[in-house]
Design a protein around this ligand. Structure first.
Ligand code: SF4
Ligand code: SF4
Length: 115
């Protein structure tokens, strides 16, 4: 599959949840749930690890945390391909997120540069 860039600039196709879902691999789901539970200090169950990416057509196939993401919600409302295409790039919401996701920032800046 082609690379999928989320509204926020994360590369969904490289995300552990996306990869485990594509492989439909329960062992991998268990591993990802363990890693993310620790990382995000929250209880994430293996069955939560099901995601076709931020741009998935079926809302039920998006990971719970990304489903309620304000950046994603805003991008969908504005009907932009991702935030690089938005006239308000980069807004405060996005800049806050970029503080912990420099790769996402670089990805969107690269897209923006080539528009
Ligand atoms: S939308 Fe899904 S694939 Fe994309 S970053 Fe979130 S969990 Fe990963
Ligand atoms: S205002 Fe634009 S850049 Fe900010 S989150 Fe919404 S779509 Fe993305």
């Amino acid at each position: 599959m082609d690379k999928m860039i989320a509204f926020c600039g994360l590369t969904c196709t490289e995300c552990l949840a996306f990869i485990a879902t594509r492989k439909d691999d329960d062992e991998e789901r268990k591993k990802v749930a363990k890693i993310w539970s620790k990382e995000y200090k929250s209880e994430i169950k293996p069955e939560d690890i099901n995601c076709d990416g931020c741009l998935a057509e079926e809302e039920s196939r998006v990971f719970n945390y990304c489903k309620v993401c304000k950046i994603r919600e805003c991008g969908k409302e504005k009907a932009v391909e991702n935030c690089a295409y938005c006239d308000d790039f980069a807004c405060d919401k996005l800049n806050d997120f970029f503080k912990m996701a420099s790769a996402a920032k670089a990805a969107l800046e690269e897209i923006k540069k080539n528009l």
